[in-house]
Write a protein that binds this ligand. Structure first.
Ligand code: PLP
Length: 524
């Protein structure tokens, strides 16, 4: 800690925070760390991911250096330890296969696998600096290639890109979709052209999608549902639609998109693209909540794994994952995208263009220790561990439902309901328009009411997100007969109780307010 290199302060603070959490033995779901990061509460990462992160900080080795330190400690051959982590045993990456792949593609492909591992485990990578094509990045991209392959995606070399989380990758993707590839004309001038367009999103979409398209004179179009019928209808009169966005676990509703629905979407897109080979429509598959399932019997399907007769969805889909949610690595701000897509007329693939763009912005220069920790999170967090987190969220959901029942009981009728999400961390509180004053025209008004109803009184306020931010009130769609507010369950039980204490106060007041009182509150 003595010689802090300028620019790495955040990193050291971050590692110190992780180390202190470990010391206080707050790891995994049980303690549900509740670290307050970026305005939200998150679970702690798997302890082995933290250890890998810390190990790199101290020793500057790759992830393999950490794994071999475990092998030495337990006196087991390194190869045996690698074989322990594989999908058949409930993990997401097949470490043995991933390192074999890395070996075959390395300059040591003529030596034995064991010699390669020996060299790789000793490889040192410093904590700072940009990583373009260094061994550390090769290691993580190779491991993540294996991760995507285990989701059923036919990923080849150079078809995975790393960015600083979903949002960063989405921004880069939108920039690629909305501009043509760089073409240098005969006079050496860059004749890159703008090619603005539309991305279809469902009513109830992740709120932060909205900004990136606007930077490129482009836009989102909210449609009622992302399914075969709605997409087919939109494509009949396509206009400038470039892509369709879907989230396999929807934020805010927590609904898991069923495999059948995705197969229907795949049929429509493959059939459309067969007829429009020079101007295909692309699909953005948001899979940041991979695995965080709250109900038994449900599973997550990857649409990019569907192959048709003559082409495959992988060639039109950009699948994005991020460890910030399910794997509890919110602080790391790293995500990965995989795709075989290429825009007709471009000289390089969408993934290569995203890489070039992010390298230019410097966002591929993720701090190495963090990158090692993230890849460790993918390698060492088994589905069992994620299920424990989900069990915690389920218990929070039951707690929330009890609060809601008690509020309705006090009011004397069902004034609000909450949903029963399939996955994820959020709940929607639903208020029927017929029960609300006409002064509350939309969910933003409702939110304003809750922010203001007890203005200047300590310990009353709270923040939830209004449904309007998720496209629930899109002007091109029929009005819903309800308004919603979204809140999170990923917090301590006592904080959830406090949230409902404040919510209750506001709701009970709202149910009995006089027009003039409400008008005054909304105007504040
Ligand atoms: C559906 C969905 N996609 C993407 C993100 C953002 O992911 P990241 O933190 O990697 O930018 C979120 C975060 O809330 C989300 O709910």
């Amino acid at each position: 800690m003595k010689n802090i290199i300028p620019g790495t302060l955040t990193h050291y603070i971050e590692v110190a925070r992780l180390v202190s959490k470990k010391k206080s033995k707050i790891t995994g779901n049980l303690a549900a760390v509740n670290a307050h990061i970026g305005g939200q509460f998150f679970f702690s990462p798997h302890p082995m991911a933290l250890e890998a992160h810390i190990h790199h900080t101290k020793n500057h080795t790759l992830l393999l250096g950490y794994i071999s330190s475990l092998a030495e400690k337990d006196k087991v051959p390194l190869v045996d330890l690698l074989k322990k982590f594989c999908p058949a045993k409930g993990y997401f990456i097949d470490l043995y296969e991933a390192y074999k792949d890395l070996w075959k593609r390395s300059s040591m492909d003529k030596s034995s696998f064991e010699d390669f591992l020996d060299w790789q485990k000793k490889e040192k990578i410093g904590s700072t600096g940009y990583l373009d094509n260094c061994h550390g990045q090769n290691e993580s991209l190779s491991l993540m290639k294996n991760y995507f392959q285990n989701l059923g995606l036919p990923v080849k070399e150079n078809q995975v890109v790393m960015g600083t989380g979903f949002k960063n990758l989405f921004n880069a993707l939108v920039a690629v979709l909305m501009t043509k590839d760089v073409v240098v004309d005969e006079e050496g001038k860059d004749s890159r052209q703008l090619s603005p367009g539309t991305i279809l999103v469902p009513r109830g979409h992740y709120q932060s999608l909205v900004k990136a398209p606007s930077f490129h004179n482009s836009r989102l179009k909210v449609i009622e549902k992302i399914d075969a019928d709605h997409i087919r209808e939109e494509l009949e009169n396509r206009g400038d639609i470039k892509a369709v966005y879907l989230s396999v676990v929807a934020n805010p509703s927590g609904a898991i998109m069923p495999e059948e629905q995705m197969r229907g979407i795949a049929d429509v897109i493959l059939e459309y693209n067969k007829r429009n080979i020079n101007n295909p429509v692309f699909l953005i598959a948001d899979q940041v909540y991979n695995g965080s399932i709250l109900k038994k019997g449900l599973s997550i399907f990857s649409i990019a794994s569907v192959s048709g007769e003559s082409s495959s969805m992988y060639d039109y889909t950009i699948t994005i994952v991020s460890p910030s949610k399910t794997l509890g690595y919110a602080s790391a701000r790293i995500g990965f995208a995989a795709s075989g897509a290429i825009i007709p007329g471009d000289t390089t693939s969408i993934i290569s263009r995203m890489k070039a763009l992010m390298a230019h912005e410097g966002s591929d220069g993720v701090e190495v220790s963090t990158e090692v920790g993230v890849v460790g999170a993918y390698a060492f967090s088994s589905q069992k561990w994620i299920n424990k987190n989900s069990a915690y969220i389920r218990s929070q959901l039951i707690r929330a439902q009890k609060h809601v029942d008690s509020i309705n009981n006090d009011i004397g009728y069902t004034f609000l309901t909450i949903n029963n999400p399939d996955a994820g961390w959020y709940i929607l509180s639903k208020f029927m328009r017929k029960d609300l004053s006409p002064l509350i025209e939309n969910s933003t008004d409702l939110m304003v009411y809750f922010m203001n109803y007890n203005h200047c009184t300590p310990n009353t306020g709270f923040i939830t997100r209004p449904g309007s931010q998720f496209g629930y009130e899109a002007p091109n769609l029929p009005q819903n007969d309800f308004l919603i507010l979204r809140s999170t369950l990923a917090m301590k039980p006592e904080d959830l109780d406090e949230f409902f204490r404040r919510f209750r106060e506001g709701i009970i007041k709202l149910a009995s307010l006089k027009e003039n009182e409400l008008r005054a509150i909304l105007k504040e």
